[in-house]
Design a binder for this molecule. Structure first.
Ligand SMILES: CC(C)(COP(=O)(O)OP(=O)(O)OC[C@H]1O[C@@H](n2cnc3c(N)ncnc32)[C@H](O)[C@@H]1OP(=O)(O)O)[C@@H](O)C(=O)NCCC(=O)NCCS
Length: 152
């Protein structure tokens, strides 16, 4: 298990975690495992080769493993200077409510903080903004609205 860094709830979470979990910051993890954990929460399956490219092009990738099983995942894109965006925060349903969501987010944010990036954004799915607020994320600060242009 890697050092959990500056996260203030570090000891609580470490104590609550089942033994044998390993945190990784390696981008070169199995894209098929990422596809599978995303599918486990009902997200649409994306092509494995595209997931592999997205991992390679990500600024930070955090994964939590129980032996060979990927149990939590998050990644971020960004420019290493001004901003980064968090994507694909997911915990396998069988492993939710154990603190792994907090752990994977804290690990990802620690890595982004190592670049001293001042602005980190994300898109919170309905019902998840309370989770992200715990890390200081604000919805629509100063009236700024997130906008989307999606090509289907
Ligand atoms: C959202 C998600 C990542 C949380 O993971 P988790 O491992 O269950 O969360 P944790 O066990 O670390 O929960 C930590 C705390 O956040 C709270 N929390 C968890 N999910 C929450 C939610 N959706 N909204 C508000 N608070 C939430 C928990 O109650 C807990 O609080 P507590 O410490 O006071 O009890 C997980 O439920 C998940 O993968 N959901 C499906 C995918 C998803 O929606 N991802 C986010 C996309 S934007």
């Amino acid at each position: 298990m890697v050092n959990l860094g500056i996260w203030k709830k570090q000891e609580n979470v470490k104590a609550a975690l089942p033994p044998g979990l390993v945190v990784s910051h390696d981008k070169h993890i199995s894209a098929a495992a990422v596809q599978e954990i995303c599918a486990s929460v009902g997200w649409t399956r994306r092509d494995v080769s595209l997931i592999g490219r997205a991992l390679e092009n990500s600024l930070a990738v955090t994964s939590v493993w129980e032996k060979e099983k990927l149990v939590a995942f998050a990644r971020a894109t960004g420019d290493k200077v001004f901003n980064a965006t968090v994507w694909d925060v997911v915990v396998r349903p069988t492993h939710q409510h154990m603190g792994l969501g907090l752990l994977v987010m804290a690990e990802l944010l620690n890595e982004l903080d190592s670049y001293q990036i001042p602005l980190i954004t994300l898109y919170a799915d309905p019902g998840t903004d309370g989770f992200y607020k715990r890390f200081g994320f604000l919805a629509d600060p100063s009236g700024v609205r997130g906008m989307f242009r999606e090509k289907l």
